[in-house]
Design a protein. Sequence first.
Length: 295
Amino acid sequence: MFIEALDIMKIYTDERKDIKLAALRGIELMVEEGSLVAIIGPSGAGKSTLMNLFGAIDTVSSGYLKIGDHVLSRSSIPEQELVDFRRNMVGFLWQLPERNLLPGLTAEQQIEFPMITSGYPRELRKKRVNELLSAIGLKDRATHKPGQLSGGEAQRVGLAVALANDPPLILADEPTGELDTLNSLKIIDYFKELNELFGKTMVVVTHDHRFENMTKAAYRIRDGQISGFHRAIGDIKPDSWLQPQREELSFVDQYNNVRLPDELRKKANIGKHVRVKLNDDDEEHPYLEIHGVND
Ligand SMILES: Nc1ncnc2c1ncn2[C@@H]1O[C@H](COP(=O)(O)OP(=O)(O)O)[C@@H](O)[C@H]1O
Ligand SMILES: [Mg+2]
């Protein structure tokens, strides 16, 4: 596993008001090396908090977090290890283009910049800039500055910048947040394509449900917990990922709690109580029936 997250808690403390807020309440997540994972949930669910932990921008309050060979949940990590981790292990893509791109630089300079700070030789830099520009389909925008790029183009350049230093992990926080439908779908396509092309582990957190169809598994996050996931049934064939067959799964935790997706709960008229019944008519395949009761 490239990312191992076990029972992660993140508690923010507002010292002025002496209030504690549990933004993450027991996150459990395993991400395989080279996979593309979407974590989807509403505003306030804890998505950015989780990205900050995965990117070593912030530290867990408790639990276990390992990324690559780095155990980020150790009680004391040397500052230099964190600096190196942020520089060599992760590339970030944020929602706002202003956070991804520097205002005065052209697209090719943006992509080259992280490689200069990491000391890549010039030849290699130029080669990689070209490779990345063609991978994002923007060779003809090489000399454009951020103000001359559309929102979608700017995010694509941002993605190339994130990949520039060749980090094994790409983290994206609401990468389509500022984009219209067409450009959002395009960005989703580029995530898939670049994931296949470069084989990086990619984690996208978003409220955009269209990311559900992008990956073999897309997780749901709600109130600081992973509440379920969608998974593709069978193989996703190239070209068919927009309409793959999927099933929706919920997790059962160690206390036997199951979280029901809102939609299903509403459709099944489930209020505060449920009647749970074991159906073992077929002894080989017993299952539980969950019925809403009138309350
Ligand atoms: N630095 C912080 N200090 C205190 N509370 C925070 C901080 N950052 C986020 N929160 C709170 O933690 C919860 C999760 O926030 P966040 O991770 O930003 O959610 P999302 O990205 O899914 O919208 C929210 O209730 C938010 O108000
Ligand atoms: Mg956020």
